[in-house]
Design a binder for this molecule. Structure first.
Ligand code: UTP
Length: 296
């Protein structure tokens, strides 16, 4: 079995209830940070890590996602005719090679583990990445590329990890650390959404994974876990003690939880400020409202 990671699974079949009513008709992954949908950030990060095949696990009501990845020859022609070269390049950068992208349905939102399992036949017997587009990570070297590099040394399974405040651990999968080697930790246990005060550490799992195909086998027999859902964390934890070790990787970068309203707004501000053409106006607007708020 090769250690090369060329396939990524994007589980996007969740209900997105935290963004109702918007998600009645707009998939969460199509919501935009500045001018690009969340899913475009994830695709770009995957490409930068050498991913060649993109597998989307979708659900009813997500057809806007499939449309997004269609080429738009008429629009391209129109932009070319009008000499709008920059916009044309922006648009073309989103084109996907024919056959590089596949969609598979999760017929019921039974959990993240179940969503990944739905892609098992397309993954086959090789290590694969899982990316949750609502975790957006701003980083000099994209997070998945950092992980792929580390994974070449370790093999096994690897999850992106980050320290969170102890009182927030119950919202995450949390690592029980065996050995802390700095950017990498080896893992002796994993708990999904531990009850307040029971977390084995404050090192939380973030939505980037590189997994051994044996995790898919674990999912074959998986029962419901935390929240009544089939949890990916449990299937990864089942690897511990077997031939494939599990590692946590402390990535370098800033993660935004765009699955929550507060995180999405923070990301919008951060990504807006990172754009040269928007920075000055946005910064002075923010200053103004902060001053006005302080004066209240
Ligand atoms: P979340 O826990 O954020 O759930 O899922 P959600 O449904 O997207 O959003 P809320 O909590 O209702 O607002 C984490 C990731 O797992 C996927 C989601 O699409 C998201 O990318 N997921 C979750 C599935 O694909 N299928 C599931 O059954 C559950």
């Amino acid at each position: 079995m090769s250690n090369k990671v060329t396939k990524a699974v994007f589980p996007v079949a969740g209900l997105g209830t935290r963004f109702l009513p918007a998600t009645k008709s707009v998939p969460k992954e199509i919501m935009t940070l500045v001018d690009r949908p969340l899913v475009q950030y994830a695709i770009d990060e995957a490409r930068a890590a050498g991913i060649k095949e993109f597998i989307f696990v979708t659900s009813r009501g997500k057809s806007a996602l499939e449309d997004y990845f269609d080429n738009m020859p008429y629009l391209e022609e129109e932009l070319r005719r009008k000499g709008k070269t920059e916009l044309l390049e922006t648009l073309q950068a989103t084109n996907m090679e024919s056959g590089a992208i596949a969609y598979i349905r999760q017929h019921k939102a039974l959990g993240l583990g179940h969503a990944v399992w739905c892609a098992r036949r397309l993954i086959g017997d090789e290590p694969f990445a899982v990316m949750l587009p609502d975790d957006v990570i701003a980083a000099e070297k994209p997070c998945l590329a950092q992980m792929v590099e580390a994974y070449e040394e370790t093999g096994g399974s690897m999850v992106a990890a980050m320290e969170v405040p102890y009182d927030r651990t119950s919202a995450y999968g949390v690592l029980d650390v065996q050995e802390d080697m700095g950017s990498m930790v080896s893992v002796k246990g994993m708990v999904e959404k531990p009850a307040q005060g029971t977390a084995p550490s404050n090192l939380a799992v973030i939505g980037r994974y590189i997994l051994s195909p044996s995790v898919l086998e674990n999912l074959n027999t998986m029962k419901e876990g935390a929240g009544g859902e089939i949890q990916l964390t449990d299937a990864i934890a089942q690897e511990i003690g077997g031939p494939n070790n599990v590692y946590g990787y402390r990535f370098r970068g800033q993660r935004f939880d765009c699955g929550s309203k507060a995180g999405f707004l923070q990301a919008t501000v951060a990504f807006g400020l990172a754009r040269e053409e928007l920075r000055d106006d946005l910064a002075s607007f923010l200053q103004e409202i902060m001053l006005a708020q302080a004066a209240e």
